[in-house]
Design a protein around this ligand. Sequence first.
Ligand SMILES: O=C(O)CCC(=O)C(=O)O
Ligand SMILES: [Fe+2]
Length: 366
Amino acid sequence: MAGAIDVSAGDQQYDRMEMLKAFDQTEAGVKGLIDSGLTKIPKIFVRPSEDLAQELTYENIQVQVPVIDLSGILDANGRKKMVEQVRIASESWGFFQVVNHGIPPTVLDGMIDGIRKFNEMDVEEKRRYYSRDPTRRVSYSSNFDLFASKTANWRDTLAISYSDLINSEELPTSCRNSTVEYSDHVKILGKTLFELLSEALGLSPDHLNNMECSKGHRFSCHYYPACPEPQLTLGATKHSDPGFLTVLLQSQISGLQVLYQDQWVNIEPIPGGLVVNIGDLLQLVSNGRFISNKHRVTANSIGPRISVACFFSGPFGEVKTYGPIKELISEEDAAKYRDLLLTEYLGKFLKTGLDDENWGIDYYKV
Ligand SMILES: O=C(O)CCC(=O)C(=O)O
Ligand SMILES: [Fe+2]
């Protein structure tokens, strides 16, 4: 085309790598860009238009991710109804929200507040945690897959691998107490959810917990700064979660969307509510009965939006294989997946871009 600048793919790649490195070396994340007064987003965040496709957003506000009230869990009838709601939501949406789940609002607010404080403290303080080493139990960075993904996401993340072994001294003081408190609560909620999910699969309540699905959990605490050009980028690219189950705490700013019948549906924050979604591993062990659905986060002109994803991904680091649950397989319902080795599977995830459509449990399909 006359007048157009001819940049070969190779040059673009080179340019991009330099820009990524320069951004990473600031160790100040997306928040650092905003603090520098930037009004246009750098090229590394600009997405191809097909990724943005706002026009796909569902117009029908009647269509919403199911909301499940857990207050009647100790009542036999109430529990039965709940299990049915969990089954329907997990088979159709792969997502639901829970209310009256037993975690006090002060604990939820405290967690969000701690993450806000961490991100808003002095850059020098935050830099002490800046790292791309996946073996670190506490690390802060922007885009864990910065160098592997096609486009960077408009967010920064504090990642915390939470096991009973973690020493709270390892956590930044700004969010130490709130994280310990939230972690204790969400661990219990996780166990309860795996009980309901087991029952929803027609198994005994402790089945998934006995498989150690709830053992160890990891937090990705996201900070999505306000974006000067939200129409050009995303807070998080379209993806499904690799683990068994995710419990997501979100501040009261929308942005999270789930793909339902090929359209993006907003998951509006409910005060005191938590979003629960099925991950790829639960799709695999349930032999495809429960679905691990694609979701994304839009970028916003207002912010920051804060969210804390708690991933239950099983005993990472232990030699453990997972495959479709025997009780769910029959002659008519043959195994749809092969067994996988947990460390190998999660290790691959950490090396792959979140936007890599070729990676996932499809690889293990029979
Ligand atoms: O921030 C959100 O609302 C979603 C985050 C998410 O999908 C993830 O961490 O996997
Ligand atoms: Fe996710």
